[in-house]
Design a binder for this molecule. Sequence first.
Ligand SMILES: [Mn+2]
Length: 343
Amino acid sequence: MNNLREVAEKLIGAKNILLYPHVGTDGDAVGSCVAIAKALRKMDKNVFALYKDEIPHNLDFMIIDEKGMPYFTDDPDVIADCNLDVSMAVDCGGWDRFRPYEDKFKAAKTTLCLDHHGTSITTEEDGTSHGIADYSVIDPDAAATGILVFDLLKELNSMTSFKLVPDKEIGEALFAAITTDTGNFQYSNTNRKCFEVMAEISDWDVDTNKVSVEIYENIRLEEVKIRNLALDHMTLVSEGRGAISYVTKEDLTNIGVKEGETDSVVNVMRSIGGVEVVAFLKEKDHKVIRVSFRSKSDADVAAIAKAHNGGGHRKAAGCTLYMSIQEAVELISREVENALKEL
Ligand SMILES: [Mn+2]
């Protein structure tokens, strides 16, 4: 594994730089890319983040720079392969996380990775560890990649004559990264360092209320409608310790729901007092059911997901079932009841 100074040196020596956030992008990946890109543009570098899908609309407020130039593009040729000095994976470190740009990434003279996912680290038999890039900084103790970006920018600031920080927009992008990846400072990854970074960027004129309203109070009415419908469909099992709900493909079409707009349903279900395990089923297609699990305390929902070729973490997991929505709801209800019996 490398250190931030080595990463900073490679960035200083580069002119043309591409960043690679992960698919199904989020506040941390977008905020981290924006903060790095804005700082590097101040250093007169040519930098873009490669991303082909739509950026979630509650992150729109930060995706264009002060000159009207977007930070994100889906055109891999914005920098020709022969001129690409640095490729940098941000908030991810596996090829499947930034498809379809693997070849582009490797075309750079130097590759970098800045991430906080432990799964991005490969440990060799001799005990040495590395990431996918020539120089990788992967710190699973960092609550968000935005925390690592903060340290990187301080490093860059001390190594060049450019005044990169303090900077209001960079601070707001970092706040967006940290608030979203810590569940607004509620998840167990929230640590002292988060508050130290927040204390410092508070002095950068960052408007945390404005950014919070953009991120959290900006959902489309369709998302509220599908959430209401899902809560109508919810049943409780095991004396209210399990909650199961579903929406059909027809529900999604009728309401006009976009990708990602059902993600909040499981969190609302889990927030109910006494509920320990949550399962939310979404009919993607006829007999294709995506199941999302959440648990609040000790139940291991990854075990339920793995039994159906899914995966995830103890407290957040998922799988896909190939059966009718009614059959899937019955099956998952039984499995949630069984999981709760063992607690
Ligand atoms: Mn992250």
